[in-house]
Design a binder for this molecule. Structure first.
Ligand code: NAD
Length: 266
């Protein structure tokens, strides 16, 4: 029970259509398995409710909450809801992120609308979540902020909005970490590599009219470690460690969970 008695908010705790498990859902489940009570936040309330129901069915504590990360007021509302229910917030985990589903493209093809949409979801939503949770964590004298960036922030990636916003998330978390260290608040960012999730594999298969198996095989071949994508559980386990007291002296870290992808420099 590495998160016994902790209150966690997972933003993006539902999951998109496709096979298998997404990073956000796996993280919410993992936090709950280790004793946390989880507010499962998502734009798709039904999807967040599914995650919460899975937690409750396994004997854990969870409540679903609808919020759109592009609307600051709904983020403030989810944080206020957690405070009203439980009186404290130990972990804020920001998982929401989009690339091709948001219309991402190369620098010569990107539109203003797509760039602004992806920026609002990936980066502004993180900043606005942090804005509302920090005063609470500072007053508590403790708290953990986690964000899901991407190894794409560091390696070659074809689309510009995802690349730019995921890189900016790392800088944002480092700033939050250093400015809040004296309050006992830790902030760390995870950089998943090629993961076998609905967001990455099923979305690509749909958008390129290829089979899921073909997209999965192409991604597997790019991974140095065992030639196989990681899973949502790999991200969830990294998040669990960083959220737990085992990571008590770790702040401002950008942790790749990528099977060696970012060190594969030739
Ligand atoms: N799968 C990979 O290969 C990979 C690699 C690197 C990074 N990542 C990152 O992992 C995260 C996503 O992981 P996932 O598997 O849980 O994806 P997912 O798409 O299954 O889940 C994301 C959830 O966010 C929700 N969401 C989308 N827009 C929202 C909004 N505006 N407001 C509130 N909720 C919204 C969706 O409804 C969905 O339930 C992203 O940040 C992504 O960039 C994934």
């Amino acid at each position: 029970m590495r998160l016994a008695n902790k209150i966690a908010i997972v933003i993006g705790a539902g999951q998109g259509p496709g096979e298998g498990m997404g990073n956000g859902r796996a993280t919410a489940l993992r936090f709950a398995q280790e004793g946390a009570t989880v507010l499962c936040v998502d734009r798709e309330l039904g999807s967040a409710e599914q995650t919460a129901a899975m937690i409750v069915a396994a004997g854990g504590g969870a409540v679903a909450f609808a919020a759109d990360v592009t609307v600051e007021a709904t983020l403030a509302a989810c944080i206020a809801d957690a405070m009203a229910r439980w009186g404290r917030i130990d972990v804020l985990h920001y998982n929401v992120g989009v690339s091709i589903a948001g219309g991402d493209a190369s620098p010569t093809e990107i539109t203003e609308e797509a760039f602004d949409r992806i920026h609002a979801i990936n980066l502004r939503g993180l900043v606005m979540s942090v804005k509302h949770v920090l005063p609470i964590m500072r007053a508590q004298g403790t708290g953990v902020i986690l964000a899901i960036s991407s190894a794409a922030a560091w390696h070659n990636y074809p689309y510009v909005a995802y690349k730019a916003t995921k890189a900016a998330m790392i800088a944002t978390i480092q700033q939050v970490a250093i400015q809040n260290a004296r309050y006992g608040v830790r902030a760390n960012v995870i950089l998943p590599g090629l993961m076998d999730t609905p967001m990455a594999v099923d979305t690509r298969a749909r958008s390129t009219n290829r089979s899921r198996a073909e997209v999965a095989a192409e991604r597997d071949a790019k991974v140095p470690l065992r030639g196989k994508m990681g899973t949502a559980w790999d991200v969830a386990n990294a998040a669990l460690f960083l959220a737990s007291d085992e990571a008590n002296f770790i702040t401002g870290v950008a942790l790749p969970v990528d099977g060696g992808t970012v060190i594969n420099v030739v």
